[in-house]
Write a protein that binds this ligand. Structure first.
Ligand code: CA
Ligand code: CA
Length: 146
């Protein structure tokens, strides 16, 4: 099974929709990457994926990546330097805790949707939406990095 097959079509759409909704409140750009497995530290892997997806190239350096490996249940949320300069160090921890809670109930897609929505709300305080905002990074889910 590939990471792509871990979620139904409807679940994938709900995740993409959550990103679209979240980005209506904030200029921050949210992406989701799913791997089947992650052999090492999910944060290190997330940083690599972040670069591969060119997520460090947003104007305000406010890209956010949700990284999840399906089979070994590793999760990381990382934000670009523009976010890290503004927010408290534990900014992502509450979101992570809530997501893990849902994952433990087998609610993977719901966990991601919930985390994305919360990230959007939290980011809106630091990076409000501007009417001339454009979609700098694709809202599509990224799958299976090498
Ligand atoms: Ca945007
Ligand atoms: Ca986007």
């Amino acid at each position: 099974m590939s990471a792509r097959e871990a979620f139904s079509e409807a679940e994938q759409l709900s995740i993409i929709q959550a990103i679209k909704e979240a980005e209506k409140d904030t200029s921050g750009e949210i992406r989701v990457h799913l791997d089947k497995t992650c052999s090492g530290d999910p944060y290190k892997k997330a940083i690599k994926v972040f670069e591969n997806l060119n997520m460090h190239k947003t104007a305000q350096h406010n890209g956010v990546l949700f990284y999840l490996s399906i089979e070994d249940h590793k999760l990381a949320i990382i934000g670009d330097k523009g976010i890290n300069e503004k927010v408290p160090a534990d900014f992502w921890n509450i979101i992570l805790t809530d997501m893990i809670q849902l994952f433990k109930q087998g609610k993977m897609a719901e966990g991601l949707v919930d985390g994305i929505a919360k990230a959007g709300r939290q980011l809106s305080a630091f990076f409000p939406y501007h009417k001339d905002d454009h979609d700098e990074l694709s809202n599509d889910i990224s799958f299976d990095s090498k």
